[in-house]
Unconditional design. Structure first.
Length: 214
């Protein structure tokens, strides 16, 4: 969305309406570089856009695809966090958010720790204190939740999902899904996709979270 439509009217009310009525839909601001650009960027950010594309700079090829993908990932992460909010402590929210937003690639624990500005052991201790799995296991769960969201599209194959999420192969994705959830991709599709995997995650941590709380 540009800051103004073809009649010159502001699009900010439309952005607000989309953010409130359809929070799962990512919105990308399309900004002209030049006088007033910073003001336009601030206005769109306040309206709630997920990402920005600068006209003539990153509105072509891979740069545009990257911006669209980033906006989609942020939107998906927000949806998942809303579902996990009852069990995720505030101390873990930045880590879980990072894992979800970066779920399209195989990030490492040191990479996550560095991005959050904490020591690797700090992540381990925070997760353990909350009764959560290890950092590497949480990274895997976030990738599987994202994979399940993609599998909700009936026309998308397991191999395509594996390619999108940087898995070595479709078999690798199937094996990880089976190891963590006990389910095959077809079973995940039939049982609600993303919600099915989130349910499996919540079930896996329920005893530990209860003990940590006690």
């Amino acid at each position: 969305v540009d800051l103004r439509d073809r009649t010159g009217a502001s699009t900010l009310p439309a952005v607000h309406a989309i953010r409130e009525g359809f929070p799962s839909v990512p919105v990308i601001g399309y900004v002209h570089v030049g006088t007033g650009a910073s003001r336009d960027i601030i206005a769109l950010a306040r309206a709630g856009v997920n990402d920005l594309i600068l006209r003539g700079i990153d509105d072509v090829g891979s740069a545009m695809r990257s911006a669209i993908t980033s906006a989609q990932d942020q939107s998906a992460a927000r949806d998942v966090l809303a579902m996990l909010e009852p069990v995720v402590p505030r101390s873990l929210t930045p880590f879980v958010t990072f894992c979800l937003e970066q779920a399209r690639r195989a990030i490492t624990v040191p990479e996550a720790a560095a991005a959050l500005g904490v020591h690797r052991k700090t992540l381990v201790d925070r997760l353990a204190a909350a009764g959560f799995p290890t950092p590497s296991a949480m990274i895997a769960w976030c990738r599987l939740i994202t994979a399940a969201r993609l599998l909700e599209d009936p026309g998308r194959t397991v191999e395509q999902v594996a390619l999108l999420l940087d898995f070595p192969s479709g078999a690798s994705l199937r094996n990880m899904l089976k190891r963590y959830t006990g389910l095959a991709p077809g079973e995940v599709r039939e049982n609600g996709g993303m919600r099915c995997v989130i349910h499996a995650f919540l079930r896996s941590i329920a005893p530990a979270v209860h003990n940590a709380a006690g």
